[in-house]
Design a protein around this ligand. Structure first.
Ligand SMILES: Cc1ncc(COP(=O)(O)O)c(C=O)c1O
Length: 400
């Protein structure tokens, strides 16, 4: 792709999207040991960068293509991007979403005016349905990442980063099918070739590293991950052509690291970011720490459409990863005051009881004993040894 493709995309979509802020954060920079700048595509129209590629594709259609309408398959953000873009371009859009898609995402997509078809149990099945539907209707199938115009649209994120931070040294990007990373890497390869581009994936959906190692696209079914936007079975053919040449490296992060990054963004930066959108920050705080030390890094927060129904579970996992939740069990003599005495030691340790479960008559626990499981809120990992030694000194045997 040429520099002109990206500047043309920028002009085409400019009036319909936001130039999202590039925020600094002292706390996150200190934690990462680098100068982090957060590219807030979670604040983009429709809640993700996907609207850029969708708009570039649909605003570039010929009159004949426009009349035929478009079909897309997506479990979330591409769906919303296409629906929104179709409204602006004046094109009829049908979006096939898997039956498992979050209700809120289905309703948001419908709200932008697209026709919704629910089909298949996962993205691959929804895509097959969408392809058949497009053939039947002679409509245009708009792929979420394997499409030059979509990639060019996503690449406009890089042009904005260069304007906002001309001295940027590294850009860290989440990778699903690779459209966003390919757009960014390709745009930077001509506009500012010294900038390094790093791709970040969830461990549970990570085909990029094995592909780079093998020198060819490797496919593998993804496992369910908090970063649901990245759960594809592999890198697209077109993104791969770019990434194999222009990507500096690829890293993966665990579910707990993603959850901790979501929690940090919420708590410290007041930013609501979905799993896929927090993967690049998780990479900066984890596997990339050494290589980005002291550097100016743009971290792409690619989306904010988190499913609020699972937010509490994600935040709890994040708290556990940060050591701010500590769970243990112990056996007490079953007599009045025993529980109060345990609570007293916990209080003296400065921890707060979140949950306590008192279980009499458990197999393996004596008749006059009771098993107590406790979940504590702590200041952080450093406080845990302090709590443990106070409990042990008071004579409690910790079971887990
Ligand atoms: C929030 C978010 N981030 C990142 C991605 C990955 O984009 P790509 O498939 O272009 O790699 C997606 C894809 O849906 C997404 O929704």
């Amino acid at each position: 792709m040429l520099a002109a493709d990206f500047s043309a995309a920028r002009e085409r979509i400019r009036a319909h999207i936001l130039r999202t802020p590039l925020e600094t954060s002292r706390t996150l920079s200190r934690l990462a040991g680098a100068k982090l700048h957060l590219k807030c595509e979670n604040l983009q129209k429709t809640g993700s960068f996907k609207v850029r590629g969708a708009l570039n594709r649909l605003l570039g259609l010929s009159a004949a293509e426009r009349r035929r309408g478009v079909v897309a398959a997506s479990a979330g953000n591409h769906a919303q991007g296409i629906a929104y873009a179709a409204g602006i371009a004046g094109v009829r859009a049908t979006v096939v979403m898997p039956r498992t898609a979050a209700i809120a995402k289905v309703e948001a997509t419908r709200g932008y005016g697209a026709e919704i078809v629910l089909a298949g149990g996962d993205y691959a099945a929804a895509f097959a349905h969408a392809a058949a539907l497009a053939r039947r209707r002679r409509a245009l199938l708009v792929h979420a990442f394997d499409d030059e115009q979509v990639i060019a649209g996503q690449g406009t994120v890089a042009l904005e980063i260069l304007e906002q931070l001309p001295e940027v040294e590294v850009v860290v990007v989440p990778v699903g099918g690779g459209g966003l990373a390919a757009g960014i890497a390709s745009a930077l390869s001509t506009a500012s070739p010294a900038v390094r581009v790093v791709g970040a994936q969830a461990e549970l959906a990570s085909t990029l590293r094995p592909s780079l190692r093998a020198g060819r696209r490797i496919e593998a079914p993804p496992s369910p991950t908090i970063a649901d936007g990245l759960a594809t079975s592999g890198i697209g053919v077109r993104p791969w052509r770019v990434l194999r040449r222009h990507l500096d490296r690829a890293v993966t992060v665990s579910e707990a690291e993603i959850a901790a990054a979501i929690l940090l963004l919420l708590e410290r930066s007041k930013l609501v970011v979905e799993g896929a959108g927090a993967v690049a920050l998780a990479a900066c705080l984890g596997p990339l720490r050494r290589s980005i030390a002291g550097r100016r890094v743009a971290v792409v927060l690619s989306g904010g459409n988190i499913d609020v129904n699972v937010l509490d579970r994600i935040l709890n996992l994040g708290l556990a990863e940060q050591g701010r939740v500590f769970r243990f069990a112990t056996v007490l003599i079953d007599r009045p005051g025993a529980l109060a005495a345990l609570a007293d030691v916990i209080g003296r340790a400065g921890a707060n009881i979140k949950q306590i479960h008192h279980d009499r008559g458990r197999v393996g626990v004596g008749v006059l004993e009771t098993l107590v499981t406790v979940e504590l809120e702590t200041r952080g990992r450093d406080q845990v040894p302090e709590i443990v030694s106070l409990l042990r000194a008071a004579g409690y045997r910790l079971l887990r």
